[in-house]
Design a protein. Structure first.
Ligand SMILES: Cc1cc2nc3c(=O)[nH]c(=O)nc-3n(C[C@H](O)[C@H](O)[C@H](O)COP(=O)(O)OP(=O)(O)OC[C@H]3O[C@@H](n4cnc5c(N)ncnc54)[C@H](O)[C@@H]3O)c2cc1C
Length: 307
């Protein structure tokens, strides 16, 4: 394992200046859960490691009905799982966090690290896409905003330039009558990388019958996490029927372009996209219609359904 010089930033400004000074020879770490694995494997061999994990301003979570959810990049996956406002307003995100590794890893892993690692199978990513997250990026030239849907450029690759840091994610407030769910499919459940993951967020008109808004995020079925756009457009503005849900699930299957690997063949993944899209939509609809049992069951369901 190659040695590196360890540098710790206490402020964002310090972190940016360290990254500017050391350029491509430096790598940011936050929770280090991805970093340590890659470093030990010899895949990442930076000369300098810049730890941003102690920058307090990046740990904040705030929620308001008007502004929605703001997540500092250092918010832990465990916080996503347990925060009451996230559980009630962004339930697909807390379900994704609950399906993520074990508690020890969830305590260290950050949401910013999950996003910047840009794995197609990252568990928080389909839900963040389905909640239309926006990314705030700080760099030597100041701040800029990028939609999460534009953030990933390939497996492990993002729009981040040398010296830039993801500082915050913003999720718009949920519309009234919204339900959402994430289901991870993996052979071993939580302690495994997703074979695939599906997050659906659906909002209904006041009548409870017509779809006002729908976003579906898919993980591990393309080089980056993606939205199932053709499935979404089938339901927008239309009365939601069981037949239409089945058609949307089939359309999501066509939106997915998976490869086969040790976790599953391309055909298996594609078939499972239809199954999990249908399940997430059915449960999310129950929640949107105010079925109280749906809320109680959603976290249990997200984990059990993996088997
Ligand atoms: C045992 C184990 C189990 C795991 N299980 C899961 C799982 O179930 N689901 C899942 O999705 N992942 C899983 N992971 C992967 C990992 O835990 C997550 O990707 C985690 O969210 C990474 O966050 P981190 O803070 O630890 O990132 P780090 O390891 O610190 O960094 C990851 C990458 O992101 C960059 N980075 C981090 N923060 C920023 C930032 N703010 N701005 C710019 N770049 C940044 C780093 O430079 C690095 O390239 C697992 C890992 C381990 C070791």
């Amino acid at each position: 394992m190659a040695r590196f010089e360890y540098l710790e930033a206490r402020t964002l400004r310090q972190a940016i200046s360290l990254l500017q000074r050391h350029g491509d020879e430096a790598r940011i770490v936050a929770g280090s859960t991805d970093f340590l694995v890659r470093w030990r494997q010899g895949v990442w061999q930076p000369k300098y490691v810049v730890n941003i994990g102690r920058i307090a301003s990046l740990r904040r979570i705030s929620y308001s009905r008007r502004l929605g959810l703001r997540l500092g990049a250092l918010v832990s996956v465990r916080d996503l799982e347990t925060h009451p406002q996230i559980q009630s307003n962004y339930s697909a995100l807390s379900a994704a966090a609950a399906s993520f590794a074990g508690v020890q890893v969830r305590n260290l892993a950050t949401v910013g690290g999950n996003v910047c690692n840009a794995s197609p199978a990252g568990d928080t990513l389909p839900a963040l896409l389905a909640f239309d997250a926006q990314c705030k990026i700080a760099g030597p030239e100041g701040d800029r905003w990028v939609a999460l849907s534009e953030f990933f450029t390939g497996p492990g690759r993002t729009v981040l330039q040398t010296g830039e840091i993801l500082t915050e994610l913003r999720l718009p407030p949920p519309l009234p009558n919204t339900g959402s769910l994430y289901i991870k499919h993996s052979p071993r459940g939580a302690m495994d990388i997703a074979t695939l993951g599906v997050a659906s967020v659906i909002s209904l008109e006041g009548s409870g019958r017509v779809c006002r808004n729908l976003r579906i995020g898919l993980g591990a079925v393309a080089p980056t996490p993606i939205r199932a756009s053709s499935a979404e457009s089938l339901l927008w503005g239309r009365e939601v029927t069981p037949e239409l849900i089945t058609s949307a699930a089939q359309a999501a299957k066509a939106d997915a372009k998976p490869i086969g690997d040790v976790r599953g063949s391309a055909e298996h993944r594609q078939d499972m996209v239809a199954v999990l899209t249908q399940r997430t939509l059915d449960r999310a609809l129950d929640m949107a219609r105010g079925n109280p049992m749906a809320f109680e069951m959603q976290r249990q369901f997200a984990i059990q359904a993996a088997f």
